[in-house]
Design a protein around this ligand. Structure first.
Ligand code: ADP
Length: 191
């Protein structure tokens, strides 16, 4: 079983690359951001709870996020493996994920970090905002807030996974194809 964490700042290309990797390696793709947006658009109770956090570019509280993640993994227990995209984003989430997986005799195989400079990422997000309809892509203040959340709460996960020998950096600048090739070369070397 391969379980991958796609790691990187907002706009680094996690969702785009997950779309390719899930087919290539027959993995089930879980994007916590997509799950939350689905709930918001369907006006569920969870959607109402998380909407204000997401629209401001703040992280959703850990327990809410951990619960939804566990729920999706449980309902796809027959999957050959998972790609976690945008999860974990805090140490508490990473610890909860390790514990949850180990209870199922599963573990994270590798964390793949897509690296790119903030300036490139902000430009990508501003451009995406023109078509994505995402409130959090619409203005630079919200985008900057997401980077701040990343720096304050998510960046330290690099050390968490490095300590486990599972952290791998990938240059996230280039064409979508080039980056897919870098990721697949890396994954093929790991499995
Ligand atoms: P991006 O990586 O471009 O910010 P995502 O779709 O991954 O986009 O996330 C959008 C928003 O969803 C985040 O800014 C945050 O509010 C919320 N979110 C997604 N994943 C998590 C998570 N693991 N923990 C807390 N909040 C999350």
């Amino acid at each position: 079983m391969i379980n991958l964490v796609l790691f990187g700042k907002p706009g680094a290309g996690k969702g785009t690359q997950a779309e390719f990797l899930k087919f290539k390696y027959h993995l089930f793709h879980i994007s916590t951001g997509d799950l939350f947006r689905h709930h918001i658009s369907h006006k569920t109770n969870l959607g109402q709870l998380v909407q204000s956090y997401i629209n401001k570019g703040d992280l959703v509280p850990d327990q809410v996020t951990i619960d939804i993640l566990k729920d999706v993994v449980e309902t796809h227990a027959d999957a050959k493996g998972f790609i976690f995209d945008g999860f974990p984003r805090t140490t508490k989430q990473a610890e909860a994920l390790d514990k949850f997986l180990s209870e199922k005799s599963m573990e994270i195989s590798a964390t793949l970090a897509l690296e790119a400079d903030d300036d490139v990422l902000v430009e990508r997000l501003v451009n995406r905002g023109k078509t994505s309809g995402r409130v959090d892509d619409q203005d630079e203040e919200k985008i900057r807030n997401r980077f701040e959340e990343y720096n304050n709460k998510t960046a330290s996960l690099r050390d968490f996974y490095e300590d486990q020998g599972k952290f791998h950096s990938v240059n996230g600048i280039g064409s979508i194809d080039e980056i897919t090739q870098r990721l697949t070369a890396l994954i093929n070397g790991l499995i």
